[in-house]
Design a protein. Sequence first.
Length: 437
Amino acid sequence: MTTDFEPATDGQPSEPGLEAPAPAGVSRRGLFGWAFGAGAAGLVLGAGGGAATAGAIGRTGADSASTAYDFYGAHQAGITTPVQEHLHFAAFDMMARTDRDDLVSLLQDWTYAAARLSQGLEVSATGAVNGSPEAPPDDTGEAQGLPASGLTITFGFGPTLFDDRFGLTASRPSPLERLPAFLGDDLDPAASDGDLCIQVCADDPQVAVHAIRNLSRIAFGRARIRWSQLGYGRTSRTTSDAATPRNLFGFKDGTANILADDAAALDASVWVGDSDGPAWMAGGSYLVARKIAMIIETWDRVRLSEQDRIVGRDKGKGAPLSGGDELTAPDFEATDAAGSPRIDRASHVRLAHPDNNGGTRILRRGYNYVDGNTDLGRLDAGLFFLSFQRDPAQFVTLQRALSTDAMGEYLRHVGSGLWAVPPGAAPGSYVGAGLFA
């Protein structure tokens, strides 16, 4: 990564040479974090599956590598942005004895660094090698020479941030509460929730890990990693020209996802409206993260016809079992010669479909994960589910509808969290500024 700062245009891939105001720089507290944050940085690589997994995955092509998205805009990047190939997600807790000023300065420092990283730059002008040789470098340096690779950085605020530590209780959005318990939950508290979250997506795993590592260093003394997760192989699409990817069960996933060019669906189901309240969340969204372990050894022994029945789609072409191709709308009234529904009543497609849930839709951005193996010698693998919705009630509705899902026999929900994702930052401001206005 280079050290010259060339901000991009609002919400679009960058155009070199365009200039926009940027935050004045990193706070004194942030510089302290860079200088003494090696211990905090070390937490990142052990909490969510290991750096070796990311490093072993190959690089993407030159076209995606040269893509850069603007950090500033009406909405945060990383929601409707074309889904990248790699994820590094991290949840943070604020440190004891921090106050409102610490939180504001952290968000300002993160914004400054994120705006630079999104353009393929280092976190500061001095970067990894241009500072004093007698002081730790500002940037860890592992992304030197790498392009932006479609990097997006998305910030969220958890329910626990709105307690009396920071004087934010009166500003908490009413929908922002810890998700209720669901059938099939086996949640690990150490891999759930968090005061803050950062979703980093990129087409190069090194670029994604570099971003979380450096944002963690900047947070030193103010916030610490609670848990993190590496993901690869996107399992949803957000653009009409993208092929539908497959999850670790081998099925196409996210066929009916909300797409970035469907403005009406985004306004109805993803973006918080002016009338929803509170005012600082208008143009934002709510992020749900669920770590879902797949019992893939058991699944792999299920006959193909049964796999199709459980999902409700043809494994090969992704078409609903009622007929047609992948994009054909499922016909839940269609029956076979014996009069049985072609799409089983307990199938995932039927239970999750908007037609059977009052039109409820969400925008999905999930990733596969493999975290080594379990004590039983099985792959510790599954889906890191991410969704954005205008109201968390949308996710709750769909998750409760899946209580009788035949696929549930092969899944365990082991991590969970909900965060309010504020709207995008204006140039010269910082993410979440409206909360403190």
